[in-house]
Design a protein around this ligand. Structure first.
Ligand code: CMP
Length: 140
């Protein structure tokens, strides 16, 4: 089924100048960028976006990292977009990511892991709503 998912190129990915490389992987996998914006997350935004992790021991480091520089946020649309994007990203910990995945190829650490992607249909809806108004999404 055609799905939408929320993707973020994290501060390390923007700093490494691989926005185009990552977009190219999305496009080659049949995912379309149907909304996109660059922004520097405030502490409040980062805490809000990652609220589900607020009790986890890595939460403070995660928020600090995600506010350390600008990010690219985008909505990807396509067949099975949620799972497909997760395949392209590889495991959360780059040390465990399959060769050829974005994280295996470009990421250094579990925090600086270049990309975020929604992990399920409910999360995708919530995360897309967090960043984009319906009229900012250009389905095609
Ligand atoms: P992301 O998919 O953006 O969701 C939460 C982020 O927390 C995750 O990617 C990692 O970058 C970061 N993180 C740091 N430590 C852990 C951990 N032990 N388990 C899961 N995520 C972690």
């Amino acid at each position: 089924a055609v799905e939408r998912t929320l993707s973020i190129i994290k501060p390390d990915g923007v700093e490494k100048n691989i926005i185009g490389e990552v977009y190219s992987r999305f496009e080659k996998a049949g995912l379309k960028v149907v909304a996109a914006r660059m922004l520097h997350l405030s502490q409040e935004q980062a805490e809000g976006f990652y609220a589900v992790h607020s009790e986890r021991p890595f939460f403070n480091d995660l928020v600090k990292f995600m506010t350390s520089g600008p990010v690219m946020v985008q909505v990807l649309e396509g067949d099975n977009a949620i799972a497909r994007n997760r395949e392209l990203m590889g495991a959360t910990n780059p040390a465990e990511a399959e060769p050829g995945t974005i994280r295996a190829d470009f990421a250094q650490t579990i925090d600086a892991n270049v990309v975020h992607g929604s992990d399920g249909a409910d999360t995708a809806r919530t995360e897309i709503d967090f960043f984009f108004k319906p009229e900012e999404i250009h389905s095609r």
